[in-house]
Ligand binder design. Structure first.
Ligand SMILES: Cc1cc2nc3c(=O)[nH]c(=O)nc-3n(C[C@H](O)[C@H](O)[C@H](O)COP(=O)(O)OP(=O)(O)OC[C@H]3O[C@@H](n4cnc5c(N)ncnc54)[C@H](O)[C@@H]3O)c2cc1C
Length: 367
């Protein structure tokens, strides 16, 4: 068994940021990462046209800015290059292919005991540490809902993490299930490449542009959040108009309220709305009832044939399977300091990084 001061689980952007902060404070740590690279979400499980949805100054990691030459909305390849440079600069060396299967606090030794399966050897390794940082993200395990007859579907079925580009789907009938940011952008990419694209928009959504997000970021310093929400809805109505005729409804609660209270992100439109209005992307307002062969039958009684289904239905966290919990200290994107790593007031607390609210029950999230 190997004893450490701090164990970070996950080498996504949160884990890397924590690692850099710890090394700045000369606090030793190790990172256990189940994949064979850092930032696997960005390097392996995202589509080619992906750019950071938020302006670059909001997405840089502590102690290292993006290069000045980078565009405002950083494309995926530049973002991963920046992360590789970050790792070299702070000499971060995650232990790869270590899937953490359990982490438990021992009240007597006042240590966390972490079991990780080494994917190369198949062995379970045990690590112990005074501090545990959970940086496993919102997007741990791809989620596809159960759909009756999905196993009879004769076409191709993908999760958004497997989708790379619309170029392979020219002239194909493609159904995108899920209208979060990934679903809407994948639909756009498909339509851009000549696929006959449909998207299921089940729930009401807020649609904002990048510029509106920038504006919100400025005015939130001066105005009440509820007022910012009202202004955003007004701007969205002015820019996008009434979208109900295209099958898209607005929620009654404001966009940032929904983000804060329900973890639901507003849709940041990068061109999908225009394609919906022009009819190049068809919105299907009904859920799937079942599937027979290549026919998809919807709850409103209609049915359409499809060649491909892309499920953009989000992810499930895995922490509730392996993290034997107690109480969490939660850090959002602020830079942690040595003070954050002082022994917690109650012995069995863990540090959780990356989401505004620690949510311990399993839930679906779609960034
Ligand atoms: C399409 C898309 C667009 C996005 N756009 C933006 C954006 O513009 N700006 C922005 O800030 N965010 C964006 N996000 C959100 C994204 O989640 C964050 O950018 C970032 O990847 C979150 O980092 P993280 O470290 O918290 O989680 P992740 O990047 O998910 O990293 C978690 C790490 O933990 C590892 N892990 C999980 N479970 C275990 C385990 N049991 N044992 C060991 N390792 C484990 C995973 O392999 C992974 O490497 C986007 C996300 C998606 C999917």
């Amino acid at each position: 068994m190997q004893e450490q001061v701090a164990i970070i689980v996950g080498s996504g952007t949160s884990g890397l940021a924590i690692a850099a902060c710890l090394s700045q404070q000369s606090i030793p740590y190790i990172i256990l990462e189940r994949e064979d690279c850092i930032a696997s979400l960005w390097k392996k499980y995202s589509y080619d046209r992906l750019h950071l949805h938020l302006a670059k100054e909001l997405c840089e990691l502590p102690y290292m800015s993006f290069p000045a030459s980078y565009p405002k909305y950083v494309p995926k390849n530049m973002f991963t290059q920046y992360l590789d440079d970050y790792v070299s600069h702070f000499k971060i060396s995650p232990m790869y292919q270590r899937n953490v299967e359990s982490a438990e606090y021992n009240e007597v030794s006042k240590r966390w005991f972490v079991k990780a399966r080494n994917a190369s050897s198949g062995e379970v390794e045990i690590y112990c540490a005074k501090f545990l940082v959970v940086a496993t993200g919102e997007t741990t395990n791809p989620y596809i809902p159960e759909v009756e007859g999905l196993n009879t579907f004769t076409g191709e079925v993908l999760h958004s993490t497997q989708f790379k580009s619309g170029k392979d789907f020219k002239n194909k009938n493609v159904l995108v299930v899920g209208s979060g940011n990934s679903g809407m952008e994948i639909a756009l990419d498909l339509a851009n490449h000549g696929a006959k694209t449909s998207i299921i928009v089940r729930s009401p959504i807020h649609i904002l542009s990048r510029e509106m997000m920038d504006f919100a970021r400025i005015i939130v310093k001066y105005l009440r959040p509820s007022l910012v929400d009202s202004l955003m809805v007004l701007l969205s109505k002015l820019v996008y108009g009434d979208l109900t005729k295209y099958g898209i409804r607005r929620p009654t609660e404001g966009p940032f309220y929904m983000k804060r209270m329900h973890g639901k992100y507003p849709l940041i439109d990068v061109g999908t709305c225009k394609k919906i209005k022009s009819g190049e992307i068809q919105v299907l307002p009904s859920e799937i009832l079942n599937i027979r062969g290549n026919d998809i039958i919807f709850k409103n009684g209609k049915s359409h044939p499809f060649d491909t289904i892309v499920f953009c239905t989000g992810f499930k966290r895995s922490t509730n399977w392996w993290l034997k919990l107690v109480r969490l200290h939660h850090h959002t994107c602020d830079k942690p300091t040595a003070t954050d790593l002082k022994p917690p007031p109650r012995p069995s607390e863990a540090h959780y990084h990356g989401h505004p609210k620690p949510i311990l029950r399993e839930r679906e999230s779609s960034p």
